[in-house]
Ligand binder design. Structure first.
Ligand code: ZN
Length: 178
């Protein structure tokens, strides 16, 4: 645990196999259910591929926004498959009195941030925003995006941020509270 000069708790990034010592809220669901590589093939298809749901193109080793190639394989990209399956790669849990009072503003901030990311990187999307008893949960198709959204929240509103990766670093759970 790092402590900032303002006294807020900062990034608490758990490595592979590391348990959060402060509680049991963060659970290694991915490793427990063996979904390590479930989306690897969607993220890294073997051939030139065009996503028939969103139109992204996989070429030269990554998904990008591009014209539909003439002879591409038609398939779903990882982001579209995850959205269809309801299986996020990142979860940002937003809790606390401040968060509840500013719920719409916070969700709009994260949506703008995600829209910017998606314009550059087609696999980085918000797939669901869910109101929970404690606050709001934002599910993303990409763990880096969840990390980026959580950091944006802390940069903008300070508060307390915890990050936890599953054993295989497939699922990132970020908890931001203020
Ligand atoms: Zn797609």
């Amino acid at each position: 645990m790092m402590v900032s000069r303002r006294g807020n708790r900062m990034l608490n990034i758990a490595g592979a196999g590391h348990r959060n010592t402060e509680g049991t809220m963060l659970i290694d669901t991915e490793s427990r259910h063996g979904h390590h590589d479930a989306y690897h093939a969607y993220a890294n298809p073997a051939a030139l591929t065009w996503c028939l749901a969103c139109g992204a193109v996989f070429e030269r080793g990554e998904w990008r926004w591009a014209e539909r190639p003439g002879e591409a394989v038609q398939a779903l990209c990882a982001a579209c498959q995850r959205t269809r399956d309801g299986r996020p790669a990142g979860l940002v849990q937003i809790d606390g009195d401040f968060a509840r009072a500013h719920r719409d503003e916070i969700v709009a901030l994260l949506q703008r941030c995600a829209d910017q990311a998606k314009a550059q990187r087609p696999q980085q999307r918000i797939m669901a925003v869910t109101d929970t008893a404690a606050g709001v949960q934002v599910a993303t198709t990409d763990s880096q995006l969840a990390h980026e959204l959580a950091r944006r929240l802390q940069q903008t509103h300070r508060g307390e941020l915890k990050l936890h990766y599953s054993d295989a670093q497939v699922l990132l759970r970020a908890q931001w509270r203020r």
